[in-house]
Design a protein around this ligand. Structure first.
Ligand code: SF4
Length: 342
């Protein structure tokens, strides 16, 4: 999505979802209680049109729930409102999110006939044990079959994956990422698990049957996933739940909830690159590193955490980070100097 595209969100909370995934409490996350109607769609589009900063490209996005699993008359009513807006030119594209087991050829025909451009699938994991323990109600094969059908029909495909679900490990998350890359999606969202109140996962945690996936756990595993997607040329549209007042206000009881999780991960990736560069540096060396100007704060880390970690790991006398004329993924050694012995 370019900077000039605007998203017009319509929440379809838990509507039609046959499942109870352990981590999900969509009504609370979306803040919306009532199923969306065609009138809601029209109102969202009209409200967006009145905004001064609306872009030339306007994407209507049906978020949440399992859009293609809702009763067909409700789905058609929402899609008809979207198609009407598309035909009028008040929106330029439509996207929706759904479950992998709620996709088949007939549903895709309906979505294509109503001008849907992008389908977002909640894959979450491609490990069947993780899917089972998380109450997802579908298998890894369902994700792969639905993804292939969606791509074959020419839709844009976005896949969501989670880390830290019950039964998950860093290795399983990496394997999931490999299998997602093999499906060649047009983008991914990575959501490390957050324990939201009033969910089955919250109860499991309270009963001592689930250990939270901490922010540190999430940063560590995502620092391995992000370079995999980047190398494959697959954009990461989102990393971590969007911060909301509800989540920050206590609804996120534990787990990998951090308003700047993506930045923490990028900062960790820079730390690991610097570690590889500095690993043979002698103690008491004064080091100056150069990075792309946009990467200085990521290299420095929150509250200088990367500087302190590197200084301590290699017993450096000092470490400075300066903007340099280099690529975004590069770290240059500008100088390495030892104190003169008197
Ligand atoms: S399928 Fe989606 S909406 Fe349904 S319970 Fe799971 S996460 Fe929630």
């Amino acid at each position: 999505m370019s900077a000039r595209e605007s998203i017009i969100p319509v929440f379809v909370p838990h509507l039609g979802c046959p499942n109870d995934c352990v981590f999900c409490n969509q009504r609370r996350i979306s803040g919306a209680m009532e199923p969306a109607t065609a009138e809601d769609v029209k109102k969202a589009i009209a409200d967006a049109a009145a905004l001064p900063y609306i872009g030339a490209k306007r994407q209507l996005a049906f978020y949440g729930g399992s859009f293609t699993a809702i009763p067909s008359c409700q789905m058609l009513s929402l899609l008809n409102a979207a198609k009407e807006a598309l035909d009028e030119g008040s929106i330029t594209s439509v996207r929706l999110s759904t479950r992998p087991d709620a996709i088949d050829g007939e549903i895709l025909n309906t979505l294509a006939a109503h001008g849907v451009e992008t389908i977002e699938l909640g894959a979450q994991s491609l490990d069947d044990e993780v899917l089972l323990l998380s109450g997802r109600g579908h298998t890894a094969a369902d994700v792969e079959n639905a993804s292939r059908l969606i791509k074959e029909r020419g839709f844009r495909l976005i896949l969501q994956m989670m880390t830290g679900l019950p039964g998950d490990t860093a290795e399983k998350s990496i394997e999931t990422a490999k299998r997602i890359i093999a499906l060649n999606p047009d983008g991914v969202r990575i959501y490390p698990t957050v324990i939201v109140r009033d969910t089955a996962l919250f109860d499991l945690w309270q009963a001592g049957e689930y250990s939270p996936h901490t922010v540190e756990d999430a940063v560590r595993v995502c620092a391995r996933l992000v370079p995999m997607f980047e190398k494959a040329g697959i954009p990461i549209i989102r990393l971590g739940l969007n911060p909301t007042e509800e989540l920050s206000g206590g609804m996120a009881a534990a787990g990998a909830y951090h308003p700047a999780l993506g930045e923490l991960v990028k900062s960790r990736i820079m730390l690991e690159k610097a570690m590889a560069i500095l690993k043979d540096t002698e103690p008491e060396t004064h080091v100056v590193l150069g990075v792309h100007p946009s990467k200085v704060s990521q290299m420095t880390g929150q509250k200088k955490s990367n500087i302190e970690a590197l200084m301590s790991m290699y017993s450096l006398a000092s470490l400075k980070v300066k903007p340099a004329d280099c690529e975004k993924d590069e770290i240059l050694i500008i100088s390495l100097e030892k104190d003169e012995k008197s």
